[in-house]
Design a protein around this ligand. Structure first.
Ligand code: PA5
Length: 443
């Protein structure tokens, strides 16, 4: 099986009958999802997206990706949050974090995901003098970070190639009909792709939001979707053996036992952005009404040398979920070294993946002894198919987990607060009454 939830190390903390006890609540959550009667039911477009996606648009995405790969040296993708994380996460998980350096042809850079002038200047430097295209991604079309980066890069592109040619090199992914970006795209004749109305940002990676940059990176998006579709067939069935629901149940049981922090971990550095994607998915879905598990993440063994001490012996308020990638994309055979100067010949004659596995097994046992529950998500490898599968696994689990917690997993009312303050402090028209109040607080 491509992805499975493994509870073999959980028995000291959660008994099988606890899963049975919570199952009626899981069944109720499933029912709310399938009958679309729960809170946030207007954002359930992700549930059958891997089957029901727009095939005509999918073909346009593949064609646009091909066009970009043939006429550009650089694709710069502007977006933030749900309009950024999924695409980069899939590209890095499947192709590796050094894909730009290692592969000939198109380089892909992400921007508009901060307000750092340093970061944007670096992107400008990477584009200057190159044949570059832009994919601007924003459902609302008004997100400050994205809009600011896009206005600068669009100007750079127009200055370099002229408006007419620039208009052929700007791809806008936005609302089907509304918003500033949609209007601008239509008026300039940019190719546009749709963020579906009923799919929220954190559930949008398998829409055009993620698919265009992922396809441009040379990843087979049909394979990615097939993995998600197979996961959809499996995880949309109500059963005590539904691994996505069992994972959601385990999280809920552990949180009721005071384990309020989940650390998602992987022994593959290429998974680092998938960790970030997971944090948005669960953090934004569950963190509201003064509830929610705090989603954290680590890459091991790297972070065993920084966070390992805390996990082993610090406050006992966490559990770990390990994404166990069974087969690395590229293994390395460890050879015998004459003289054994580094004392590592005991590792020789085997693949490095075995060492990585033993590190994982040793850590699981040590952390279990330290009182930290261990959940495992076994994944065959980080192929496009299995990453698609994993994405759907997390989607289903997250939706169920949110309903088990009693929150609306599909809204994010809290993210507006900082924006309101930032706009007032920047003097945006319409925010005048708040400006003085906030400035007084900052004195
Ligand atoms: O999940 C969300 O809704 C957010 O993370 C958004 O995706 C993010 O704020 C970007 O919004 P937009 O696509 O409107 O620019």
């Amino acid at each position: 099986m491509s992805v499975s939830f493994n509870t073999r190390h959980l028995s000291p903390f959660v008994k099988e009958d606890e899963f049975a006890a919570i199952y009626p609540q899981v069944a109720a959550a499933h029912q709310m999802l399938e009958s679309k009667t729960g809170p946030g039911n207007d954002f359930l477009g992700w549930m059958y997206l891997p089957r029901d996606y727009d095939k005509e648009e999918f073909a346009r995405i593949q064609a646009a990706a091909q066009q970009i790969r043939s006429d550009s040296d650089v694709l710069v993708v502007a977006g933030i949050g749900g309009s950024y994380l999924g695409a980069r996460a899939v590209v890095e998980a499947v192709k590796g974090v050094y894909h730009n350096e290692l592969e000939p042809g198109l380089k892909i850079y992400f921007c508009g995901n901060s307000i750092s002038p340093t970061a944007l200047n670096d992107i400008i430097a990477l584009c200057k003098g190159k044949r570059f295209s832009i994919n601007v991604i924003s459902k609302s079309g008004t997100t400050t970070e994205t809009s600011l980066a896009f206005r600068v890069l669009r100007k750079l592109l127009e200055d370099q190639v002229g408006t007419e040619e620039a208009n052929k090199r700007i791809y806008a992914t936005t609302d089907r009909a509304r918003g500033t970006l949609k209007q601008l795209a239509d008026s300039q004749g940019w190719p546009t792709f749709v963020v579906p109305d009923d799919v929220g940002g954190r559930y949008s990676v398998l829409s055009a939001v993620g698919l265009l940059p992922i396809a441009a990176a040379g990843i087979d998006i049909a394979e990615l979707m097939q993995g998600a579709a197979d996961a959809m067939d499996r995880f949309s069935q109500l059963s005590p053996d539904n691994d996505a629901y069992k994972y959601a149940a385990a999280r809920n049981i552990l949180s009721r036992k005071g384990k309020q922090i989940e650390i998602l971990e992987c022994y593959e550095p290429n998974f680092a952005l998938m960790n970030e994607w997971y944090k948005q998915l669960f953090g934004e879905s569950e963190g509201k009404d003064n509830k929610g598990l705090f989603p954290a993440s680590c890459i091991f063994s790297t972070d065993l040398h920084s966070m390992g001490q805390f996990i082993q012996e610090g406050t006992r308020n966490m559990f770990e979920t390990i994404v166990n990638v069974k087969t690395p994309a590229r293994d390395l055979y460890i050879e015998e070294l004459e003289g054994n100067f580094d004392g590592l010949n005991f590792l020789a004659g085997q693949n490095m993946s075995v060492v990585n596995r033993k590190a994982m097994e040793g850590t699981i046992l040590a952390h279990t002894d330290g009182g930290v529950p261990q959940l495992l998500i076994d994944v065959d490898d980080l192929s496009a198919y299995n990453v698609g599968y994993l994405i759907y696994f997390f989607w289903r689990a997250c939706a169920c987990s949110g309903y088990l917690l009693g929150v609306n997993p599909f809204n994010q009312p809290g993210v507006e607060s900082y924006k309101k303050n930032m706009f007032a402090l920047l003097g945006k028209p319409g925010y005048e009454s708040l400006t003085a109040e906030l400035e007084a607080k900052l004195k």
